[in-house]
Design a protein around this ligand. Structure first.
Ligand SMILES: Cc1cc2nc3c(=O)[nH]c(=O)nc-3n(C[C@H](O)[C@H](O)[C@H](O)COP(=O)(O)OP(=O)(O)OC[C@H]3O[C@@H](n4cnc5c(N)ncnc54)[C@H](O)[C@@H]3O)c2cc1C
Length: 385
C-alpha cells in the first residue's frame, strides 16, 4: 500500500513520544513530515537500541509481502497485526527506507538489510530526518490524564494533547500506574535456554529437528544449555510456558545406517564413527563412557540405545539465559488497544507502538517491522485527529 502523509492542518495539538527507539523515532518521522509539533523523550541516546540489531547490520524487515503470511511470524499479536500490516507492511518499509536514503537488499533467507550492512548508517539516516524534532534527554516517570490531554512527569511536569508510549519491551511499565490498563508480565523471548545438559561452548549442529514443534534449524550447544536459531524459535513459541519443561530433538533427522558404519570400521572407536556425522567433541559428550569402545564390541542393544540418543535427544529446560533475550513476550494487553489506530480504547489520544505492546515476532526482521508499522498507524491516527 502506498504511504500517505496527512498535511500540517491535521493534528492541532502537541505530541509527546516517550521512547526514542525504533518505533518512537519512526512515529516522530511520520508526524514531522506532516508538520506536526513533536517532542521525543528518552533517558538515553536516541535510537541506540538500533545499533546491535542484526549483529550490527540491522535486519530491518523480512521479504514476506503478503500481510497475513507476515503476521504468522508473531507468536503473540498475529490477528491484531492483520489490521496494522494491511496499512503498512514490508513493501512500505522498503519504500520508507529508500525515501530516507537507505537502500536495502534481500538476503537469501528473506532477511532484509541496508545495502551498507550498517545499523549505524540506518540510525544516522533516520536521525537526519528528525532534525525538526525536539529531543528531551530525560526519563518520564509517570503520566496522568488531565483535562484536554496528559501530564507527563520527569524532572519537570509537561502538558501534551497527545502521547505516544514507545518505551520498548525491556522497560518498566510503572509509567502507566495511573491507568487502568492491563499489562501482561514481560518474559524473555528469542533467547538461549538453560538445560540440564551442558557441553563445551560452541558446538553447532545443522538442521536439527525439534520433535515437539516440528521445526528444523541449527542448534548451538553451550556451557549453559542450548542457543542458536532453533532454540530462539522454541524460546519464542514457549515464552509463556512454566519451567521446567522437556524438549526432544532428532539430532540427525536423515538416512543414517549406524550398523553399516560399525561393520565398515570395526576397529574404530565409537566416538570416531559418530564423528562422521557430528563434531568430535559432541560425539564424545553424548556417548559418555561408550565413547572409547571399539565398533566391533557394540551389540544390538547398545546400538539401539545410541540411535535413541540421537533421534530422541531429550533435555530439560530450567530457565532462560539471563541477559541474552532479544525481545520480550508481554506488554500492553492488545484488548486495550484499537488495532486500526494504536490508540488506547479507554483513553483518547494515548497511543502505544512497538515492543511495549504484547506483540513479538521470530528472528528475521519481524520485530522491527512491528515497530515501523505500529508507528505508522499511530501517526496517521494522530494526524487525522
Ligand atoms: C541485540 C538485539 C538485536 C536485535 N536485532 C533485531 C533485528 O535484527 N531485527 C529485528 O526486527 N529486531 C531486532 N531486535 C529487536 C528490536 O530491536 C526491537 O524489537 C525494537 O528495537 C523495538 O523498538 P521499540 O521502539 O518498541 O523499543 P526500543 O527500540 O527498545 O526503544 C525504547 C526506548 O524507550 C526508552 N524509554 C523506556 N522507558 C522510558 C521512560 N520512562 N522515559 C523515557 N524513555 C524511555 C528507552 O531508553 C529506549 O530508547 C533486536 C534486539 C536486540 C536486543
Amino acid at each position: 500500500m502506498a504511504q500517505e502523509y496527512k498535511n500540517s492542518s491535521g493534528c492541532k495539538g502537541n505530541i509527546a513520544i516517550i521512547g526514542a527507539g525504533a518505533s518512537g523515532c519512526m512515529c516522530a518521522y511520520f508526524l514531522l513530515k506532516a508538520g506536526a509539533d513533536v517532542t521525543l523523550f528518552d533517558f538515553g541516546e536516541p535510537l541506540r537500541t538500533l545499533l546491535p540489531t542484526g549483529g550490527g547490520r540491522c535486519n530491518l524487515a523480512h521479504a514476506e509481502f503478503d500481510f497475513r503470511e507476515l503476521a504468522k511470524n508473531y507468536p503473540r499479536g498475529e490477528k491484531f497485526l492483520y489490521s496494522v500490516f494491511s496499512r503498512f507492511s514490508t513493501a512500505d518499509t522498503i519504500e520508507l527506507f529508500e525515501n530516507i536514503g537507505v537502500k536495502t537488499y534481500i538476503q537469501e533467507n528473506g532477511r532484509i538489510f541496508p545495502e551498507s550492512n550498517s545499523a549505524k548508517d540506518v540510525r544516522k539516516k533516520i536521525l537526519e530526518n528528525l532534525n525538526k524534532a525536539q529531543f528531551d534527554r530525560e526519563k518520564i516517570n509517570s503520566i496522568e490524564r488531565i483535562e484536554g490531554g496528559y501530564k507527563l512527569v520527569g524532572t519537570s511536569a509537561y502538558f501534551f494533547s497527545h502521547v505516544v508510549i514507545a518505551i520498548g519491551g525491556h522497560s518498566s511499565f510503572n509509567i502507566l500506574k495511573n491507568f487502568d490498563i492491563k499489562i501482561t508480565a514481560p518474559k524473555p523471548s528469542l533467547v538461549g535456554l538453560n538445560t540440564d545438559i551442558k557441553m563445551p561452548s560452541g558446538i553447532v549442529l545443522k538442521n536439527v529437528l525439534s520433535k515437539d514443534l516440528n521445526i528444523k534449524d541449527d542448534i548451538l550447544f553451550t556451557h549453559f544449555g542450548i542457543s542458536g536459531p532453533l532454540t530462539y524459535t522454541i524460546s519464542s513459541i514457549k515464552a509463556r510456558e512454566e519451567f521446567p519443561y522437556k524438549l526432544t530433538f532428532d539430532l540427525y533427522p536423515q538416512e543414517f545406517d549406524l550398523q553399516k558404519l560399525l561393520n565398515t570400521y570395526p576397529h574404530k572407536d565409537l566416538k570416531n564413527i559418530l564423528a562422521e556425522i557430528f563434531p568430535l567433541n559432541f560425539a564424545k559428550n553424548i556417548l559418555g563412557e561408550l565413547s572409547g569402545i571399539k565398533a566391533h564390541k557394540i551389540n544390538g542393544a547398545m546400538r539401539d540405545s545410541i540411535l535413541d540418543k540421537i533421534h530422541n535427544f531429550e533435555v530439560t529446560v530450567t530457565g532462560t539465559n539471563r541477559g541474552e533475550e532479544t525481545v520480550t513476550a508481554g506488554g500492553v494487553n492488545l484488548d486495550e488497544v484499537n488495532p486500526k489506530t494504536m490508540e488506547a480504547k479507554n483513553f483518547p489520544n494515548l497511543y502505544f507502538t512497538g515492543e511495549c505492546l504484547d506483540i513479538d515476532g521470530f528472528c528475521g526482521g519481524f520485530n522491527l517491522q512491528n515497530a515501523w508499522s505500529t508507528a505508522f498507524s499511530a501517526s496517521q491516527s494522530i494526524l487525522s485527529d
